[in-house]
Ligand binder design. Sequence first.
Ligand SMILES: C[S@@+](CC[C@H](N)C(=O)[O-])C[C@H]1O[C@@H](n2cnc3c(N)ncnc32)[C@H](O)[C@@H]1O
Length: 241
Amino acid sequence: MPTSDDAAIKKVDGGDGQFFDAIARRYDLLNRIMSLGQDGYWRNKAVKSLELPEGGHFLDLATGTADLAIACAKRHRDARVTGLDPSAEMLAIGRDKVASATLSERVELVQGDAQALPFEDNSFDAVAISFGIRNVPDRRKALQEMNRVARPGGRIVILELSEPRRGLLASPARFYIHHVVPRIGSLLSGSKEYRYLQESIAAFPTADAFANLMREVGLTNVNARTLSFGAVNLFSAHAGH
Ligand SMILES: C[S@@+](CC[C@H](N)C(=O)[O-])C[C@H]1O[C@@H](n2cnc3c(N)ncnc32)[C@H](O)[C@@H]1O
């Protein structure tokens, strides 16, 4: 069910990738700087969780500039990878990166919305979304779609930023998210709206609540674990239909 925070996300993103179109050229740099160089490590953890079979087909939702799609194609040399995102500008940069990595034959990027996937049922061996589910207004619908297009028993992996709530580093980490990230984001992206990042992280459900939502749409073996002292949640499950 959409919340007022979802409305804030829609406002900056237009629900169709306009916000990401505007920051696309600086997105990778922003990611490296604001994650303190951790984002590649987080995506590699997600790729390792995919359990992709030989010759498997992987769907990367909210692929953006295709970092997760490329990381998967590099780790699984015989995999086919489809990346989907509404932002034409993010996809354009992603396509250049795919071409530079000589992966164009195995990695295809398409424009689309995670809430209404243009794929047949049971089409993929694994489906993931990294740092994207936060931006999707109807998360339940996106999870239902992930479950639908994955083959029965296929792997579902979700990587998402979180507000560390426990431990010694929780307080400095929250200060970093609330005060440092929006300033660096605005400065580097040229977008006053970069507060969206902090707002959307704060608005995201707790790991337990999100794991329950995953169960409610029929996913099985739902597991949630934290990375980097709670800065990131890695959810995994199997398609259950
Ligand atoms: C923070 S970026 C993450 C990009 C990439 N997955 C990564 O790991 O860097 C969020 C992406 O979500 C995309 N997005 C926004 N709304 C979406 C939707 N309804 N369906 C799919 N992707 C969406 C944006 O266009 C943007 O590229």
